[in-house]
Design a protein around this ligand. Structure first.
Ligand SMILES: [Zn+2]
Length: 494
């Protein structure tokens, strides 16, 4: 090949990679396609092949850097995580954490933080200079220097730093290099999403005793966090309460629980949790047969019970695994599952999701034994219509099918008013009126459903763990869902 042909060849490849970078930045659907069409496995093979020599040649270096950016973008699609793991991507990308090119090392570190298994967290150990470089990008985000953000949004950087901080050595380096004052600064910004992400990363840093002591000795985080425990935004309030617990050594009660407290002392994770008792009284008001329920598996997810149990915020279930968020702020009443869960190996193979509905739909769903979709006739002959605030036959994008069952791995989405339509509940014991919401926790068969963007018109990031492009799961299939819990959420009305 002549020199000019070689040049044209490299230019063509570079152009293709740049196009893939632009597309994968814009659409998680394209990221999923990149996995399906084997682009991800080809790029992994490529970076492994030139791992030792890329720095010796400018063209190789450029192509390796661009390949790593595409691998980074595609790793953000939740569905791709398992494919990356099957391809051994962690081990293939980890050597680039030592790259002298800081951009390359930082990109690789973020990629690993998205895909890494718990057992391989040691691979996340980053060099000090790389962490300092990322903190520089964080500064650019905080100061709003768009050129130096390197394509990262502020919440993306802070969530990424939280993922990187799962490795204990990184925790210590990040604290020593001044991540905490940056987080405290971000907590003071106006955006609730940014506040929540900053607080959650702060909480991750305090999970190690030595970093917790360093932070408590050096910074006064309590003042800012206390302020956020009174936030109007539930997710921020909950995050601040979780952050306060380890540094104050006494778990605070959740705002919802404070509102329903009586003079009796509360052991929040016990059956006596006031919020749980209130939710139980609401459930009784629905007058449902106890035969539907399996009370031994009930679980209160009010923030106090959650903090006391020390659970994570997100878990993975199924084959291939899929993330879901614990339904913080809700109380779960377990439902008797059908015999088919054993032969279908549901608890091992299926995914967890949520389905918001209205209180008067609970009985028909329990009677039917399956979730209902718009257009279905309930047992008593009533036709189920689409919810207000969501697409319906008269108002929907072209091609959108409203006659499906809608679910989400995030209760923040399924529990939004568009799905979990609120209704008033008067409690005679507390002598107060509450907004009540209900949702079902379900198991859903992998690959029986499609994934799409949120459709409730949200102009904000609904759940920092899930991109808005992947928040809605939908299916028309029957038999691929097992209803396992009735979730109740109560908020005092004013
Ligand atoms: Zn509770």
């Amino acid at each position: 090949m002549s020199e000019s042909d070689k040049k044209r060849h490299w230019n063509a490849i570079t152009t293709i990679l740049v196009t893939f970078i632009a597309c994968s930045e814009l659409s998680l659907k394209i990221c999923r396609q990149c996995c399906h069409c084997n682009l991800v496995s080809d790029l992994l093979e490529y970076v492994v092949k030139y791992q030792k020599d890329y720095h010796k040649d400018k063209s190789l270096s450029t192509l390796t850097a661009k390949s790593l950016i595409i691998l980074h973008n595609c790793s953000k699609a939740a569905e791709n995580k398992q494919v990356y793991r099957q391809l051994g991507a962690s081990e293939k990308i980890a050597p680039f954490l030592k790259s002298k090119n800081d951009d390359m090392a930082a990109t690789s570190l973020f990629t690993l933080s998205y895909i890494i298994e718990r057992s391989k967290q040691h691979l996340l150990k980053a060099e000090n200079r790389v962490l300092i470089y990322i903190l520089g990008i964080f500064d650019a985000c905080l100061d709003d220097y768009s050129q130096e953000r390197k394509g990262f949004s502020t919440s993306e950087i802070v969530v990424g730093l939280g993922n990187i901080a799962i490795n204990d050595e990184n925790k210590l380096s990040l604290v020593n290099n001044g991540l905490v004052p940056r987080l405290l600064r971000m907590m003071k910004r106006d955006s609730p999403v940014e506040q929540e992400c900053a607080i959650n990363t702060f909480t991750t840093l305090t999970k190690l005793k030595s970093t917790r002591n360093l932070i408590v000795d050096k910074y006064d985080a309590v003042q800012i966090l206390s302020k956020h425990t009174d936030s109007d935004v539930e997710a921020v309030r909950h995050a601040a309460e979780r952050a306060m617990a380890p540094i104050k050594n006494t778990p605070p009660r959740s705002a919802a629980q404070r509102k329903v407290s009586t003079s009796t002392s509360v052991s929040s994770a016990s059956l006596n949790c006031n919020y749980r008792q209130l939710c139980l009284r609401f459930k009784k008001s629905l007058d449902l047969s106890d035969a539907y329920f399996a009370a031994e598996y009930d679980m209160c997810y009010c923030n106090s019970c959650h903090i006391e149990r020390g659970d994570e915020l997100y878990y993975s279930r199924g084959l291939p695994p899929k993330d879901y968020g614990l339904p913080i702020g809700w109380c779960r009443f377990a439902i008797q599952v059908p015999a088919r869960v054993a032969p279908l190996n549901v608890f091992h193979k299926w995914h967890v999701a949520f389905h918001g509905t209205r209180p008067d739909a609970v009985r028909p769903i329990l009677e039917c034994g399956d979730l209902l979709m718009p257009g279905d006739l309930e047992m008593e002959g009533r036709k189920l219509a689409e919810r207000d605030g969501h697409f319906n036959e008269k108002s929907k994008p072209v091609g959108f099918d409203t006659k499906q069952i809608f679910l989400s791995p995030s209760i923040r989405y399924s529990g939004s008013n568009a799905y979990a339509y609120p209704s008033k509940f008067k409690d005679d014991i507390a002598k107060k009126v509450y907004w009540s919401k209900v949702a079902f926790q379900v198991w859903i068969k992998p690959e029986s459903y499609n994934i799409g963007p949120q459709t409730i018109g949200a102009k904000y990031e609904i759940d920092p763990r899930f991109n808005n492009q992947e928040l809605e799961w939908f299916t028309k299939r029957r038999g691929c869902i097992v209803v396992s819990g009735l979730l109740v959420n109560l908020q005092e009305t004013y």
